[in-house]
Write a protein that binds this ligand. Structure first.
Ligand code: SF4
Length: 208
């Protein structure tokens, strides 16, 4: 890295799985790239590291090889916050959570967007206080939007549709993100966008 080279922040985690776990191989590789920097643990199951801009692709590749997922930091969709899937991979819909994450994490949006998933109505992944929340209930998936966890403005999201099947769920999330990308103002939090644009207007646009 040259002295004038810009550093960029990357968000790293172990991907979607049982709990937010890291193994020894992953920790050793992270330590190798830390140098004198510190590792920042966020409330969204991500670790932030700073790397030279020119090294992003190579580091991402190396991290991926040991099972670490790497995401951009800033005005992007964050990786999916999730519960620990304590009742089992299939029963709690882990493949669906992985697919949601694959489709949306890292997408550019007007302001950082926090999606969350939880595998049963107990809701350990706190889906109702995040921008987009998915709650598995029996054999379907309930989709909420517009939740907000911070400060005195905290509020729970509103149900868009209950008992969705996976393909319907993916399509609906894609459509909601497309509306936000097109109509959201720069640095407008998604929950504020839902209020300004109108929950009914938004859902009328995305529900067939
Ligand atoms: S939300 Fe349900 S499945 Fe997920 S960790 Fe909590 S109790 Fe377990």
């Amino acid at each position: 890295m040259t002295e004038t080279e810009k550093n960029v922040k990357l968000a790293v985690n172990g991907g979607i799985g049982f709990g937010s776990k890291l193994n020894a191989k992953q920790l050793v590789l992270l330590a190798e790239y830390l140098g004198d920097e510190e590792l920042e643990l966020t409330t969204f199951q991500q670790l932030y590291i700073q790397v030279a801009e020119s090294e992003v692709d190579a580091i991402t590749k190396k991290f991926n090889e040991v099972g670490l997922s790497v995401y951009p930091v800033g005005n992007y969709v964050k990786s999916l916050r999730h519960c620990n899937f304590c009742k089992g991979e299939e029963q709690e819909g882990m493949p669906v959570a992985k697919e949601i994450n694959r489709r949306i994490a890292g997408k550019p949006v007007p302001f950082t967007l926090r999606p969350a998933y939880t595998g049963c109505p107990i809701g350990c992944g706190e889906p109702l206080v995040n921008d987009i929340g998915v709650l598995k209930v029996r054999n379907g998936y309930d989709l909420y939007i517009g939740g907000y966890a911070k400060g005195a403005d905290a509020r729970v999201g509103t149900l868009v549709k209950a008992q969705l099947q996976p393909e319907e769920l993916y399509t609906l999330i894609d459509k909601i993100l497309a509306v936000f990308t097109e109509h959201g103002k720069k640095r407008e939090p998604f929950s504020r966008f839902v209020n300004r644009y109108g929950f009914d207007t938004l859902t009328a646009q995305v529900l067939d």
